[in-house]
Each structure stands twice: as C-alpha cells, then as structure tokens.
Design a binder for this molecule. Sequence first.
Ligand code: DX5
Ligand code: ZN
Length: 219
Amino acid sequence: MKIISPSILAADFANLQSMCEMINASNAEWLHIDVMDGVFVPNISFGFPVLEAVRKHCRKLLDVHLMIVEPEKYVKRFIKAGAGMLTFHCEATTKQQEIIDTIHSAGIKAGICINPDVDVEVLRPYIDKVEMVLLMTVFAGYGGQKFIEESYARIDAVKAMIDELNPACLLEVDGGVNFQNAPLLYAHGVNVLVAGNTVFNAENQIQAIDKLLESSNLT
Ligand code: DX5
Ligand code: ZN
C-alpha cells in the first residue's frame, strides 16, 4: 500500500479550508497533522481547535503526529477532535501500551514513532500492537529540514521487524521527503510518505502529490 500524507505544517494557515479542498480533490489518502508542545520539541504548532476545524472540511484520514510529552494525557481529546490515525513518540512516555489500548478502544488506528537518535529496538515490543510505525527522517520540530541519509539503514531494520512480527503494519517516514528520495524510500519498503514543503511549495500541489505517488512505480 502506498500513501501520501501531505503535512499541514507547510500549508497556508490563513487558508486551511481551501487546503482541505485541495486535499479532498487530490490522490492524497491522508492529511498529516503535526502537533508540537514546545517541550518535547522546541517548536509550538497548534492544538485541538485547528484539528477540529480541519476535520469539518477534510474528507481524508487525519494522520495526527503528536510531538508532545506525556501524550497519554491528551490522547482521548485528539481522538474526539478527529484523528483517524494517532501516532505518539515512544520516547515521550512510559505508558506506551496504555496509549495504544486507549486509541484502539476508540476504534481508530495507532502509530508509534521515534526520533533519529532513538534505537529502533525500542519499537520491537509494540510492532505487533500498532497499525503503523513512523520513523523520523529529521529531528521532530520543524518542517523544511534536510533528510538524514543514514535513515535508510534504520528503515531497513524496522522493515525487517515488521516483516517478522506484523506484516500488516505500515511504515511511514517523515522529514525531508522530496521527488529525489521518494522512489528510494518506496524501494526500501516505506508505505506512507509525509511531505510538507515538497507538496505545499509546489506550483501545482495536486500534481506534486501525484508525482510522489508515481515514484512507487519507478523502482
Ligand atoms: C517535523 C514534522 C514533519 C514536517 C515535515 O517535525 O513532523 O511532519 O512537517 O516537513 P517537510 O516534509 O517539509 O520536511
Ligand atoms: Zn510529522
């Protein structure tokens, strides 16, 4: 399965409704929503009201990426606000299983994420319990960073764990995805590409989404 999840962080926040309409008309199956608290990451983005407003206009699955400490405190509210896939950072909590159970009891998908400096082995106990692993290919916090080339070895290691423990689990990467690395990422077994600047800085955003999606045919 190949999915593009454009990251709202790079969109024009004064025109979120037209952004949602573009996403609805595009071949992007998901919309990536980056929530930052200024503690887990040095940046602050937005919270529930923005997610609720987007939910009203966007017909695609909202792929919510929580970059917050103690995500267990807010999981229920993000579910209520409209998340369809809810992903938390493994290193931001000690309550991983509790969070996954809360997400599942609401009937939505659970994702687990790690930053580039976290050992991929921390994911192993959770791979057969989640619908998705999100591997950061930049340090969480800002859009527009350069893709970390060392990520491919980590992608291969996580893909091997997924194949062994839960082949239905999706693998998503986030940070610095562009037209050059997209074919290679798909070739390494990535299912979901998050793309902020590559989509929203493009002259034709719908075509940019198609171009990223077509990368899966180039490998
Ligand atoms: C970074 C965010 C990303 C970011 C990606 O902390 O998690 O989702 O928006 O932006 P690009 O694709 O521009 O690197
Ligand atoms: Zn993200």
